[in-house]
Design a protein around this ligand. Structure first.
Ligand code: ATP
Length: 238
């Protein structure tokens, strides 16, 4: 889907600027679900690039079970080594303390002032966004691309998403059929996309490893090898 120019974020007046997707997550570990949905977003929104951003200390996850960020970064690097449109950022590793998306987005806005930035997020995570630090500012700063995810429906429920935006973020969000997005007079648009439903999660991958089962074809081969060599996730408690 080519985004009509009027649906681009505020301040955009032509289609020549780079369109960059910021894909944040714990990636503990990265799996085929992450990679495939990123590919579909890249193609459908005609992005120039997707930057994977593993969080160092995610505020909403149990950090004592978190694999070292260096290892999570390396598994992303191994996964995208043949994908010229993908990059990985260690920005959250370089910042001390908790990882807040608002700080990451501000960082990319300052280093990429001319790019159109989109924050890529699965529906499960999006439905908890009103618990994130400075989430109102986030909606003013960056457009969102919300991906359907099994567990929260194989397809985006347009009414449910609109209801969530209106009750939890701002009642002025409206679905615009011409923009194919939820638009707001002051905030950035929110796009939805029905990616191919892939019921794969990092927790399912970790659980298989704990049970001494194979994760072949759920993670890239190089990641499977890395996990084995480093003995990651074995014997981990839930
Ligand atoms: P865990 O099982 O540990 O909670 P996860 O598989 O959800 O991990 P994250 O790294 O937390 O992986 O996810 C990063 C982002 O990718 C989130 O926005 C999440 O919704 C999205 N995502 C992950 N897997 C999928 C998938 N299979 N389909 C669509 N979105 C996904």
């Amino acid at each position: 889907m080519r985004l009509p120019s009027r649906s681009l974020p505020l301040g955009t007046d032509n289609n020549m600027e780079e369109k960059i997707g910021l894909f944040g997550g714990t990636f503990n570990p990265i799996h085929i679900g992450h990679l495939r949905v990123a590919q579909e977003v890249l193609e459908n929104f005609e992005l120039d690039k997707i930057i994977f951003i593993p969080s160092a200390l995610p505020p909403h996850k149990q950090t004592h079970l978190m694999t070292d960020i260096e290892d999570r970064l390396e598994m992303i690097r191994l996964s995208i080594q043949n994908c010229p449109e993908s990059e990985v950022s260690d920005v959250e590793l370089r910042r001390s303390g908790r990882s807040y998306t608002i700080d990451t987005v501000r960082h990319f806005k300052s280093v990429l002032p001319d790019a159109n930035l989109y924050f890529i997020i699965g529906m499960d995570a999006f439905l908890e966004i009103d618990a994130w630090k400075s989430y109102q500012d986030l909606f003013s700063l960056i457009s969102f691309i919300v991906m359907a995810r099994p567990g929260t429906g194989d397809k985006i429920d347009r009414v449910m998403l609109e209801n969530y935006l209106q009750t939890r973020i701002s009642e002025e969000y409206r679905f615009s059929t011409s923009d194919m997005a939820y638009v707001h007079p002051e905030k950035q648009p929110v796009f939805g996309i029905n990616v191919r439903p892939l019921d794969i999660s990092s927790s399912a991958v970790r659980e298989l490893i704990r049970q001494n089962k194979s994760v072949r074809f759920l993670v890239p081969q190089a990641v499977e090898k890395f996990i084995k060599n480093k003995g990651l996730f074995y014997g981990e408690k839930q």
